[in-house]
Design a protein around this ligand. Structure first.
Ligand SMILES: Cc1cc2nc3c(=O)[nH]c(=O)nc-3n(C[C@H](O)[C@H](O)[C@H](O)COP(=O)(O)OP(=O)(O)OC[C@H]3O[C@@H](n4cnc5c(N)ncnc54)[C@H](O)[C@@H]3O)c2cc1C
Length: 291
């Protein structure tokens, strides 16, 4: 917006006889935008015609070469998950490379990158394609019911929640660098606000850093922290001692766990009761450490 400096982004779908050429000239763009806003109030900074894809590479690793981001997958942008997926890839691969190259972990750890990320990306792409079909439909009946759904959703949290559930959901990892003690294994950890002395109210993320974290709501045996550190190089934190968070405490209690092992990418390796700690740490050691 000249003089104001604000940017607006408009997206239109090519329909009927439209071609890349017929829609790209300034008059066509101003006519399209003119349906919603006075085009004379805008200066066109950039326009582009995109073709969306739902693609996933068959193999994400060949020896020392790894694919990540759009090189490994492309999805339509309707769920806003394309770059998010690339960031998840980078986070996943980066901490495993650190474990193997810097911390002397097993080379096989790197195979868990594709095992975890590929099914996740495929599920996200399917969700994005579903949303795209609803947004882009040319069918009058389908668009009538879609519009009705959204009109109702405006006033109903219940319908909004159903729409969210049917389109895109949190997807867990089923196979990879994961334990097998508790159903939280493979799920993304929650992100509550916590209260930490000196820092006040902050997000849990802010104190987790880049390490593996052993997070407990109870006192754990003294040798647990040393063992955890020797396996992962990570840190132990206790809710109620390292920081306060009733929400996190409630969530762990509702899942009936005393501890969680959170990976650097915030996925849960495994969880359990105090009596499970020895077994879970042993399985973690077997996954990470060279013989
Ligand atoms: C219209 C549209 C809307 C989108 N909206 C969203 C959204 O809301 N949310 C979201 O999460 N994602 C969205 N995305 C997807 C997101 O833009 C991409 O997933 C993301 O940019 C991919 O990042 P990348 O780094 O993997 O790849 P790229 O952004 O493609 O980066 C690759 C880079 O490598 C460079 N390169 C290529 N070959 C070489 C070479 N041989 N040597 C050196 N450099 C090279 C390229 O020039 C480029 O800079 C959208 C995409 C589109 C098209």
């Amino acid at each position: 917006v000249p003089g104001v400096g604000a940017h607006r982004r408009f997206e239109f779908m090519l329909v009927g006889e439209d071609t890349k050429e017929s829609i790209s000239d300034e008059i066509s763009i101003r006519t399209l935008i003119g349906q919603y806003i006075d085009p004379d109030k805008l200066e066109i900074a950039r326009s582009a015609v995109y073709t969306f894809h739902g693609l996933t590479a068959e193999n994400w690793r060949k020896g020392r070469l790894f694919l990540a981001g759009d090189a490994a997958h492309q999805m339509p942008p309707f769920a806003g998950q394309g770059m998010c997926s690339g960031i998840r890839d980078a986070h996943n691969l980066a901490f495993k490379l650190d474990m193997v190259i810097i911390k002397g972990g097993k080379g096989e750890l790197l195979d868990s990158y594709e095992a975890e990320r590929k099914p996740h990306v495929i599920a996200m792409s399917k969700g994005a394609i579903q949303i795209g079909k609803a947004i882009q439909t040319q069918d009058r009946t389908r668009s009538f019911f879609r519009n009705l759904q959204f009109a109702l959703a405006r006033n109903s949290e219940f319908i909004r929640e159903q729409l969210r559930r049917n389109s895109i959901r949190k997807i867990s990892y089923k196979r990879g660098l994961l334990g097998s003690n508790h159903k939280l294994s493979g799920q993304l950890s929650i992100q509550p606000t916590i209260v930490k002395e000196g820092d006040g109210e902050i997000l849990l993320d802010e104190i987790l850093g880049r390490d593996f974290i052993f997070l407990s709501v109870v006192n754990v045996p003294n040798d647990t922290k040393a063992r955890f550190d020797s396996i992962t190089g990570g840190r132990a934190l206790q809710v109620g001692r390292s920081f306060q968070s009733q929400k996190l405490k409630n969530w762990m209690q509702s899942n009936r766990v005393d501890f969680l092992i959170i990976r650097p990418d915030r996925y849960i390796y495994d969880a359990g009761k105090v009596k499970d700690i020895g077994r879970v740490l042993e399985s973690l050691k077997n996954m990470i450490k060279r013989k």
